[in-house]
Design a protein around this ligand. Structure first.
Ligand SMILES: *Cc1c(COP(=O)(O)O)cnc(C)c1O
Length: 404
């Protein structure tokens, strides 16, 4: 008998041939400047653990204490018996940290985008989205079933205004239920593949002009941009002006979870209505306790934030001196552009042989022909570690003909 799933198995062979297969390595050490990946100690240049909090001893101690006091699980979804005091405290602390009125804690950044969009929009509303927005925003728009989708060319404010004009015209007609159509402009704060920053002040200004609501996904901005890493809204001094702020707690915060922040009334609406909040259990005791300690560390000191920026500058200067193209990044995200998917794969394999771990970023994360190695410095690296990385890049770059 023919296996009806057979067609999927064949895809794997095709992915391998095109350099698109994900070679998933297993990590058996804590996250740090070095990792043990597939049993081998390698320099870690590809974690989103910007501040080194993923294995920070204060977070580890906070988890042990909380688990002793509260156990491990929360027993039910948040709206039944699964909201623990630690969730509420963390929500309050995140709101203070981000200088927002209120915050809702959810299971991940991906879920936070679904919560943020699905809860306030339906198929007849209108969304205007940057062409390079993260997959979780695209999926949130899909899950919501929004029919009126406008995409503007990446960070192009002329195009955004043109789309806003079209949207406003469309919004003149009422929805089937007689209510007005919401227009939502949504953007990544920091674009995760290139490291550039969204022109948020212009986006907010244009959206206001056309009566649209704004939403920013600050996944790569939190812990990195703004005073003490408060994120993109703080970076641009736009407190209270972006309607919906989404964030992840798995990158700079080093653990897992997502957050949706904004006006008190809006967060209350999400808390009552968001489907992933109502129908899926919230963060565990350990996650929540660790995150509280992480927020505390960031409130106390900006030392880690400064260090990741210093390391980023050192690396970017190093790559540029060697002759690599690091694109247009304005943040610690450091793409080393290679173009061809197989070249990116081979480069990564050779680096790994030399003890340097840098994963290729390729289609569908970036367009075909725009493959790269995305280098992520962290506050855990010392200059000597970065030198090890640069040296390996130089050698492999010459071997593969990327450098002359
Ligand atoms: C990583 C990322 C997410 C997903 O966050 P998770 O917490 O890993 O689910 C969402 N949006 C952007 C822009 C991201 O970079």
């Amino acid at each position: 008998m023919v296996d009806p799933l057979d067609k999927f198995y064949k895809v794997i062979e095709d992915m391998k041939a095109k350099g698109l297969y994900n070679n998933i390595r297993t990590i058996s050490s804590p996250q740090g400047a070095y990792l043990v990946a597939n049993g081998k100690k390698v320099l870690n240049l590809c974690s989103n653990n910007y501040l080194g909090l993923a294995a920070n001893e204060r977070l580890v101690a906070a988890v042990k204490k909380a688990v002793d006091e509260h156990g491990v699980g929360t027993g039910a979804v948040r709206t039944l018996s699964g909201t623990i005091d630690l969730h509420i405290k963390l929500e309050e602390e995140l709101a203070v940290f981000k200088k927002a009125e209120a915050a809702l804690l959810v299971q991940s950044g991906y879920i936070a985008n679904i919560v943020a969009i699905q809860t306030i929009m339906d198929k007849d509303d209108i969304v205007i989205s940057d062409a390079l927005n993260h997959a979780s925003i695209i999926d949130a728009i899909r899950v919501t079933g929004i029919k009126n989708k406008f995409i503007y060319k990446h960070a192009d404010m002329g195009e955004l205004e043109a789309r806003l004009k079209e949207a406003k015209k469309l919004a003149e007609g009422k929805k089937e239920d007689g209510s007005d159509r919401l227009i939502l402009v949504v953007t990544d704060g920091v674009f995760s593949m290139d490291g550039d920053i969204a022109p948020l002040p212009e986006i907010v200004k244009l959206a206001k002009q056309y009566g649209a609501v704004t939403m920013v996904d600050d996944a790569h901005g939190e812990g990195v941009l703004g005073d003490h890493g408060r994120g993109i809204v703080d970076h641009f001094h736009l407190h209270g002006q972006v309607d919906v702020e989404v964030g992840t707690l798995s990158k700079a915060f080093g653990v897992i979870g997502g957050v949706v922040a904004g006006k008190k009334e809006l967060v209350e609406y999400y808390r009552q209505k968001a489907r992933p909040f109502l129908f899926s259990t919230g963060l565990t005791v350990a996650d929540t306790a660790a995150l509280r300690e992480g927020v505390k560390i960031l409130m106390e000191s900006d030392e880690l934030v400064k260090k990741v920026w210093e390391n980023a500058k050192y690396l970017k200067d190093g790559f540029t001196k060697l002759g690599f193209d690091t694109g247009k990044s304005e943040t610690p995200i450091t793409p080393v552009m290679l173009g061809d998917e197989n070249l990116a794969k081979d480069f990564s394999v050779k680096l790994f042989e030399q003890g340097v771990y840098a994963t290729p970023i390729k289609f569908p994360m970036v367009p075909l022909g725009k493959a790269r190695l995305r280098i992520m410095p962290s506050a855990s690296h010392e200059k000597a570690d970065l030198d090890v990385g640069l040296k390996a890049f130089e050698e492999v770059g010459r071997e593969l003909g990327v450098l002359k």
